[in-house]
Design a protein around this ligand. Structure first.
Ligand SMILES: [Zn+2]
Length: 388
């Protein structure tokens, strides 16, 4: 069984070990070492990545997982069994994961104490961390939870991990997400805040987490799902958010704190303009309709101002005036969007022929079809005149 060095020191970046086995697998080579600081995925935290060095050559560890007590390092190249290697974990990534995971323990512990919530789910994604509680929380309760969690960070309390037998556990009050298995159970204690069964590496002091930010929450099953970021990831998120607000404020010539109001005004203006544009299009559609004359054959209209919605109104009116097809083409030479309606021609059946003749992609019902045509105005006119 691999000696798990992260249990001894969660901040260990480098270590030396002997290669116990190396097996070719689908995704690369599965290498088991005598000892390892790599954390295999577990408890919602992904497996570490990093490198193994042998005779000056660096081999990438692209994933890490546990199998029957051993830590399996998934590597891009093989290593000779029995030889000594030097391991190095991607510590920047590991530390940010420890910050997020340790922050999650603080939030879950406080939510349990303050509101009687049980953590029923924890997922550490690439973008953010989610945790699920079995109880609904209000906005002010979530704010209180976030503040209390950050107060725990400011107090710089200790994280202590310890192993216990099942008998010992009977006398300890601790949280656990799942049924405990194995002879010894690892508990992570946050002094004054929480005791929880967990197999992952954590920070030594809460101050290392830096900040705990709850990004948002939503109803989930019979409780809530919290979106969370801690430490370096929270700082990056803050930076990106501020950059985004700064760019909006420059664009709108609005003050930092006034961007929401400025965007609201812009939104209302846009809504008004959209409504005006729709009314103008409808007026234009009515003007086009009033100019249409009854025909024996087809009616073909080209226009650049209408949209699909108003074009439908026009072709529906046109279809009443002709025995053939009323076709309206929007756009420019070679890139037309079309709407066609007919009372006398089954357009669903005709679509295949139209698509072939006009280099088009379109379809719909037997009374109306829409699509795009990559052909010239002359080609369209020629086709519909032939159909007369
Ligand atoms: Zn945990």
């Amino acid at each position: 069984m691999t000696e798990k060095l992260y249990f001894i020191d969660s901040h260990m970046k480098n270590f030396e070990a002997r290669v116990l086995s190396c097996t070719k697998a689908d995704r690369g080579y599965e290498i088991i070492l005598s000892r390892s600081a790599f954390f295999p995925e577990g408890g919602g935290q992904p497996g570490d990545i990093g490198r193994l060095e042998y005779c000056g050559a660096l081999i990438n560890v692209v994933d890490c997982f546990e199998r029957e007590g051993d830590t399996v390092h998934l590597c891009e190249s093989p290593l000779p069994v029995g030889e000594r290697v030097r391991g190095e974990i991607d510590y920047k990534l590991r530390f940010s994961r420890m910050q997020n995971h340790s922050g999650e323990h603080i939030v879950s512990g406080i939510a349990h104490t303050l509101f009687g919530c049980s953590n029923i789910g924890f997922h550490m994604g690439n973008e953010e961390v989610t945790l699920d509680f079995d109880k609904v929380l209000t906005g002010s309760e979530v704010e209180r939870l976030e503040l209390s969690a950050n107060e725990a960070v400011w107090k710089n309390v200790r994280f202590i991990s310890s192993f216990h037998t099942k008998e010992e556990l009977e006398n300890i009050n601790y949280r656990s997400k799942k049924e405990i298995s194995g002879t010894k159970v690892r508990l992570v204690t946050i002094e004054g805040y929480d005791v929880c069964a967990c197999c992952a590496p954590h920070v030594d002091f809460s101050g290392e987490i830096g900040i705990i930010k709850i990004l948002g929450f939503m109803k989930y099953k019979s409780g809530v799902r919290l979106r969370l970021l801690c430490g370096a990831d929270a700082l990056l998120h803050y930076r990106e958010s501020m950059e985004s607000i700064k760019n909006i404020s420059v664009l709108l010539s609005a003050k930092y704190c006034g961007v929401a109001g400025a965007v609201g005004e812009l939104y209302e203006e846009l809504k008004r303009e959209k409504e005006e544009k729709a009314a103008l299009r409808l007026a234009l559609a009515e003007k086009i309709i009033s100019s249409l004359k009854p025909q024996n054959g087809n009616i073909i209209i080209f226009d650049n101002m209408l949209d699909i919605k108003s074009a439908r109104v026009v072709v529906n009116a046109g279809a009443e005036l002709c025995e053939g097809i009323c076709a309206l083409f929007l756009g420019n030479e070679g890139k037309y969007t079309f709407v066609m309606a007919s009372k006398g021609v089954d357009l669903k059946q005709k679509a295949l022929e139209i698509n072939a003749a006009l280099s088009a992609k379109g379809g719909g019902s037997s009374t109306m079809i829409t699509g795009n045509a990559a052909c010239s105005r002359d080609k369209i006119t020629e086709y519909f005149n032939m159909q007369k």
